[in-house]
Design a protein around this ligand. Sequence first.
Ligand SMILES: NC(=O)c1ccc[n+]([C@@H]2O[C@H](COP(=O)([O-])OP(=O)(O)OC[C@H]3O[C@@H](n4cnc5c(N)ncnc54)[C@H](O)[C@@H]3O)[C@@H](O)[C@H]2O)c1
Length: 353
Amino acid sequence: MVLVASEALHGAVVELFVAVGASNGSALLIADHLVEANLRGHDSHGVGVVPLYLRSIKAGGMNLAQSLRLVTEAGGMMIFDAGHGPGQVMGHHAMEAGIGHAQAHGSAIIGLRNSHHLGRIGHWAEQCAAAGLVSIHFVNVVAGPLVAPFGGKKARLGTNPFAVGFPRVGEEPVVVDFATSRLAMGKVRVYRNMGKTLPDDALLTGQGDKTNDPNELFGDPPGVLVAFGEHKGWGLALACELLGAALLGGETQHDASSGPAVINSMLSILVSPERMGTQDAFGHEMSQVLAWVQSENSERPGGVLLPGELEQATRRERLNLGIPVDTATLGQIASAASDAGLKGLAFQSLMGL
Ligand SMILES: NC(=O)c1ccc[n+]([C@@H]2O[C@H](COP(=O)([O-])OP(=O)(O)OC[C@H]3O[C@@H](n4cnc5c(N)ncnc54)[C@H](O)[C@@H]3O)[C@@H](O)[C@H]2O)c1
């Protein structure tokens, strides 16, 4: 493990994406998002995805020059097509449009279809919460199937994430944000890079047997992830596929094919408690509920955590101490940069390349 200051990591990511052709603005949004994921403890969606993005750019899977295209606008609804543009850029602009509309009119339904990887979905809930909005996000993943239906052994859908954000006055938002598989794919990569075994009941081998070995997911045939929460998590995964993509006319995962890119489509619903006229009551009732659920803390060290609190605490700690990045991940970024024909980048000097 190497501890890297967030500013240094951010600078290295900006440098790298500018070197592969991103505009400065796009490179900044990509770096903001990836480093924020690391700061919040989701290393699975932090700078460790850079090799995947570089491979995708090289193979034509991520279109760096793409801008967001408004396809439909009707009432409080806007559907955008991202044309495989960088998710961190497409997501930011789509949320900005939704935030403006919800602040003016009370709510917005934003469809963002066919974006390259949107990263940590909680990021979008945080962007809405910072603007005083409640938001709900249903997302599908098209990158080759990874997750088996409940009771099955063969992969059919992606790790389809779901997020909800609740703003709080003077306090950090409550952010529920998770993959509908027991483990996000990137988490399995993190376990593999750190040489750790997986928890039970998260992965099956390609033959359908239970395994704790993260390498199985990347084997031939590849392993299969298990949906969280049995039939309930599987139901939510399917809802993410249908709401996040099918309803928007976005790409769905409906066969075993996989391309060079990770494509996400996302349905976001943004609501303004202020425009609803319930802001004070909402704030009051929410604080009552949160205090009530957190009062159940007698036996556990640290008490009851609210969704989002772990990430907020990790952020404070990592801003102070630096972000731990394992050397396998740093090596993968440095060599992906070399494969892309880049030389003399901060990541490469860090690894002596
Ligand atoms: N873009 C994509 O294609 C894609 C696909 C899958 C996942 N993801 C992202 O991957 C990230 C990781 O997903 P994950 O499934 O590994 O998340 P996870 O299992 O770490 O769960 C995170 C959620 O659970 C809450 N939480 C964690 N520990 C808690 C505790 N002890 N008490 C109460 N709440 C707790 C967190 O605050 C957060 O809301 C997410 O940000 C998700 O959006 C993205």
